[in-house]
Design a protein. Sequence first.
Length: 324
Amino acid sequence: MKLGCSFATSLETPEHIRIAEELGYERALCYDSPALYPDVWMVLNRAADLTERIVLGPGVLIPSLRHPMVTASAITTLVHGAGQERVMVGIGSGFTGRLAMGRPPVPWASVEHYARIVQALLRGEQVEWEGAVMQLIHPDERFGPTLPVTVAWGVAGEGPKGTTVARNLGAELLRITAPEPGFDRQMMMVIGTVLHEGEDPGSERAIDAAGHAAGLFLHWAVEHDVIDELLGDGGRVWAAAYDHIPANVRHIAMHDRHVVGVNEIDRPFITGEVMASAGAALTPKEWQDRFAALEEGGCSFLHFQPAGRDIPRELEAFAAAYHR
């Protein structure tokens, strides 16, 4: 099982990716959620200038956010700076990237079609989109790498439809819940913090670094209407704290500081007990037990998403627990 990292993309992410490379992380993927974070492709290209080995890519793109020609051109630009072997393109139907703008996920059939269109463009083929034929026609090497361009692909799929799309595309499966039995190449993303010896899971440091992991469960449960299934009575009380916000803008409040910190509405509910039950604050030994379980379940690439005021510390502590 290899070690990678994922970032809620910030203006500091290129430097954090440089640090991650020094710590032995083999891959860095950046979230694409423009309502919350800066442009993912600009950040990735800056990271390419600062690094030499680490694989880079969006994790994950949402088809509705960009025309496929724009995405194909962005991929060729990153390939120019990093090389084909250092680029991976993740794609999905849209959690934060869509829901933070008040829109539902993109249908999975559209996700697969979009990916195939982009892949065909990267091969230099003519494709039809919105009733017109188009093709990547960069004049020469001054404008982009020679086609075809071949990069690795991943699909963020939590259910059977997303898993099927990953299989159809021959892509790596990217998950945050649990490994998919029998899938050859799959990544598991984990969010949390490594506790200091004797540190309480509810410490201010732990909540700063990983309280967003507990909030993620609420946001996911509300947006996917699975409060009872995931969180029960406590989740309903928590979700009710958003009831005073008009429904047409509630998604904006719900995604305030999503996966980067704890917003004011969520903070009273994120206690040491919640942090522990969510697995968001673990000792090095507890993390190692979790690593072993994920690897046994079929995880081939483990991705850690750090957050808080001291991301370099989070990257270093997690890498130390992984390599111990």
